[in-house]
Design a protein around this ligand. Structure first.
Ligand code: FPP
Length: 241
């Protein structure tokens, strides 16, 4: 049986180092990073991935200098405006996770418009994590559960894995199968902590602005070579039980 194509999530890291290596301001790195986003979205669609989730701005990234944050917000606006025709033509649905109401309206507006326009697309889901934090998302789910319990609509014994998952913004996405981090760093940085419980991890030294279709294909090949057991046994290993 051919395994289903994986939901790929990417921590896009290394924009600043890409720029520094060329004596350029960090904003140049982000601009090139946005180009890499366009390339990788196209490649993911062509490779038949059901979902691609990109960590584009973390809840902690607000701590960065104001000009850098403003630049990233402008890149998000440009992405939503410029890419809309192609995303729609390619049957891609855009969803946003994170506290997107914290984004300035000039970025939030075009992103919301594209989400609405693409809501019925089924070819692939592109999920942008914006002002996103895994701990923050879990805290929000816990808040929702406690609220329902306090209102008498939920009993404590009904709070199980499915109940938590249903209250996350990712509830309509498949679980993350493959998590890629670029730039050589090997940590999760508060990304999809719940959803990546059984994700295969691939770390690549490539800086995000240099990442392209070949790098995505290499990560998918590494993924295909992994044996996924989900806490069980590999097929054929239960004979001595
Ligand atoms: C991490 O690199 C990257 C980010 C915090 C921002 C990611 C943003 C983009 C790829 C471009 C805009 C996104 C879209 C969807 C249009 P870093 O700046 O921390 O790099 P460094 O660790 O080398 O300093």
């Amino acid at each position: 049986m051919t395994p289903r194509p994986p939901h790929v999530a990417i921590i896009m890291d290394g924009n600043g180092r890409w720029a520094a290596a060329r004596g350029l301001p960090r904003t140049h790195g982000h601009r090139e990073g946005a180009q890499a986003v366009r390339r990788v979205v196209r490649a993911a669609r062509e490779l038949g991935l059901p979902a691609l989730t990109l960590y584009a701005f973390s809840a902690q990234n607000w701590q960065r200098p104001r000009p850098e944050v403003d630049h990233l917000m402008r890149l998000l606006r440009r992405f939503a405006l410029d890419e809309a025709p192609e995303l729609l033509a390619r049957d891609i649905r855009l969803v946003v996770i994170g506290e997107s109401r914290r984004l300035p309206l000039f970025a939030r507006g075009p992103l919301a418009a594209l989400q609405a326009a693409s809501a019925h697309n089924r070819g692939m889901t592109l999920c942008l994590a914006l002002s996103y934090g895994g701990r923050e998302a879990l805290a929000a789910a816990a808040r929702a559960l406690v609220g329902e319990a306090a209102a008498g609509r939920l009993r404590p014994e009904q709070v199980d894995v499915a109940a938590v998952a249903a209250r996350l913004a990712t509830s309509r996405l498949p679980p993350v199968d493959l998590l890629i981090r670029t730039s050589g760093e090997q940590r999760l940085s508060n990304f999809l902590l719940w959803e990546s419980a059984y994700a295969e991890l691939v770390f690549t030294p490539t800086l995000w602005p240099d990442f392209g279709r070949a790098d995505l294909e290499a990560a998918l090949e590494a993924y295909r070579c992994r044996e996924r057991r989900f806490g069980g046994l590999a097929p054929g290993r239960d004979v001595t039980a």
